[in-house]
Design a protein around this ligand. Sequence first.
Ligand code: DQA
Length: 151
Amino acid sequence: MNNILVIHGPNLNLLGTREPEVYGAQTLSDINTRLQIVAGEIGVRITAFQSNHEGEIVEAIHKARFQSDASYDAIIINPAAFTHTSVAIRDALAGVGLPFVEVHLSNVHKREAFRHHSYFSDLAVGVVCGLGAYGYEAALRFLTQKSSKLG
Ligand code: DQA
């Protein structure tokens, strides 16, 4: 796992000012900067991408596997609201077959019932939720440990 794509879904560009009591005070740029530092320490490459558009996320996933010079080994994705709605993004992840970790800043299971279902979790290597920005770092550390297997 040397090259990881980090995908942030809709409204995550508003982090820092968006419902800070739910999502924390860090901006997306803070989160990406921290991830770059951790990636540098571990010795892996990460590329972060944010979009508010479902189709752009689908295309980024396709490129990660089929058109990228970089050839990504894994994906860390916070699909945000698309978690609960998007068969298209689910199918893209299934279609490219790259291992991915699903991340949510908030504990979606403590929130409204419509946030309890994810179109991604049954395909994911793992799901991190409720750990705030640290969830991304946890996902990165997990995927880049020698063998990203459990146990
Ligand atoms: C989120 C949780 C989703 O339910 C919500 O729509 C988001 C962010 C999270 O990171 O906690 O936009 O994915």
